[in-house]
Write a protein that binds this ligand. Sequence first.
Ligand code: GLU
Length: 319
Amino acid sequence: MTTAYVGRFAPSPTGPLHAGSLVAALASWLDARAHAGRWLVRIEDVDTPRCVAGADRIILAQLAACGLTPDEPVMIQSRRTDCYQRALDTLIAAGQAYPCACSRKDIEDALAVRGIRRPRHAELVYPGTCRDGLHGRRARAWRFLTQNRQEKELQAVDGYNKSAIEKVVNPLVTWQDRWLGAQQQDVAAQVGDFVLKRADGLWAYQLAVVVDDAAQGITHVVRGADLADNTPRQMLLQRALRLPTPAYLHTPLVRGANGDKLSKQNGARAIDTTSSARSLQALVAAAAVLGLPPQTGSVAEALAAWVSAWRHLYNSDSS
Ligand code: GLU
């Protein structure tokens, strides 16, 4: 509907594309083409210990073999640390980010005192220990404040700038996902004050993705449903940084034989793009996950047919 559409595919270079990541790549490309928009690729390599040397080049070659070529030069997150630091500085100045001295053990102990033991996706809901200052402990990470502070807590914060404080944080985030429908999450209760910069000095995915989606002018995010849970955190960050919120569509996941989400971690194999027939085969499998019919002919012909089908099936909301 709109020519202002900008979409993206944002793989982490932790290995080659597999059947699951191709679904997200294809869906984001189809949605961009169906909206006559632009489609960008961003290499999300901030989590350096998980990155595999050369995986970015392999991913781009696999995408090209599948007819999915970005409309602009690829953005590389590891070159953008200054931008992430500026965003963190903005949040600190607004009283929405604070240093945290807690180790994982500290967090577990603080939760245990409150009788809470249940990990959530192996992550623990941060109990807010350092919200009112470090009390002489050494800062390890930076966290985002997901709820309003009491005035007395505010006064205890180092360098607290009362006039700059964003007074109202509403941690209950709702959004209309274009695939999943109405969604909501209370970020304060279900996630807690989340990390922006990690204890090992690396930038957290949540901050980098929000800064970069805005920098690239992304209007529509199309990605796997495993990431839907992150969307409310990203929306809170967008509000705090006064950045626009894109429309979201989270695609169905491809499951492995054991029923778990197919991922590089559970040994998903690279898609085979060694011939155009094999690339088409991989695309047909990805299209099926998206409810699109099989196609024959060339990769370009198949993609064109799927763009029409996508427009018909999924563009009705035009969001
Ligand atoms: N880099 C993330 C991943 O590969 C995707 C981030 C996103 O699409 O927002 O899982």
